[in-house]
Design a binder for this molecule. Structure first.
Ligand SMILES: C[S@@+](CC[C@H](N)C(=O)[O-])C[C@H]1O[C@@H](n2cnc3c(N)ncnc32)[C@H](O)[C@@H]1O
Length: 272
């Protein structure tokens, strides 16, 4: 019997998790990270750009504003792609939204000048395959940009809190936040890249209170909604207590509000 993880089964389970709730509602929290990455990638008109694990299109829309269209967004949740189409239509931007798995992109080799992913491709369970796909679809000399949560930077800690209650990734699956570690990014892209720029940045998430955050994330954020479903009524109070403790210690706004400032790694790699 092989000890290799069943990437297909994990991917299918993750697809169901991300289909829960409505990530399009949460996506406004990371608009700044998408805009910052699009700037760092120095996208110019008529470059062809791919946003991998695009959700409702933050990255694709930021790219299309700079490339004057020519952008494709790919994600494995059809409902999020539909929200991306609505947003692009409202801005009269030319973006094509395509259903796809980040580990098996339906695009020919070297067909994009730029591939980007904002807190998206980092979640695909087969990190080697995901890195290989990002490299494969980008032209030599093109750029790969990612925004990846760091392991100890807030969101990584929140996922650890959830894992205490629902279990961590199956054996053999590297935690997603390892994409937020520079050495791991080097390891994954190997000699497929000729340069790597990294920058630790902070995002900012603003809520009225811990209760407001929990109510919102429980309704709309697939991984938290699914965690509550998994622990059931018996585990609900303990999960809430741990999330509440995590949020309270991470709060930077004192009594005024709940503000958390999770850290992430912004990376811009040059395709060799
Ligand atoms: C945290 S959300 C970020 C969405 C978007 N990039 C944004 O900035 O708003 C993670 C996204 O990754 C997508 N995703 C996760 N694993 C994926 C995979 N293997 N293939 C395609 N999409 C994936 C989810 O469906 C979800 O839309």
């Amino acid at each position: 019997m092989s000890d290799a993880p069943d990437f297909r089964a994990v991917t299918e389970a993750q697809q169901r998790t991300w289909s829960e709730g409505d990530f399009a509602m949460v996506a406004s929290l990371v608009v700044n990270a998408a805009e910052s990455l699009a700037e760092a990638l120095e996208i110019v008109p008529d470059e062809r750009v791919l946003d991998v694990a695009c959700g409702s299109g933050n990255g694709a829309i930021a790219a299309a504003r700079r490339a004057w269209g020519n952008t494709v967004g790919a994600d494995f949740v059809p409902a999020l792609l539909e929200r991306g189409r609505e947003r692009a239509a409202a801005e009269r931007l030319e973006v094509e939204f395509v259903e796809a798995d980040a580990q098996d992109l339906p695009f020919t080799d070297a067909s994009f000048d730029v591939a980007m992913s904002i807190f998206g491709a980092m979640f695909a369970p087969d990190q080697e395959r995901t890195a290989a796909e990002l490299l494969r679809v980008v032209k030599p000399g093109g750029r790969i940009g990612m925004a990846n949560w760091t392991p100890d930077g807030g969101v990584g800690a929140m996922f650890l809190t959830i894992a205490k209650h629902v279990g961590g990734p199956p054996p053999g699956i590297v935690p997603p936040a390892f994409w937020g570690v520079e050495d791991r990014v080097h390891e994954l892209f190997g000699d497929g890249i000729s340069a790597l720029e990294v920058e630790r940045r902070k995002s900012r998430q603003v809520f009225r209170s811990v209760d407001h955050y929990l109510e919102f994330f429980r309704a709309y954020f697939g991984p938290i909604k699914a965690a509550y479903e998994k622990v059931g009524p018996e585990g609900e109070a303990a999960l809430t207590e741990d999330l509440r403790a995590f949020l309270t210690q991470a709060n930077t706004a004192g009594d005024r509000a709940l503000v958390i400032e999770p850290e992430y790694l912004q990376i811009v790699a040059t395709r060799a």
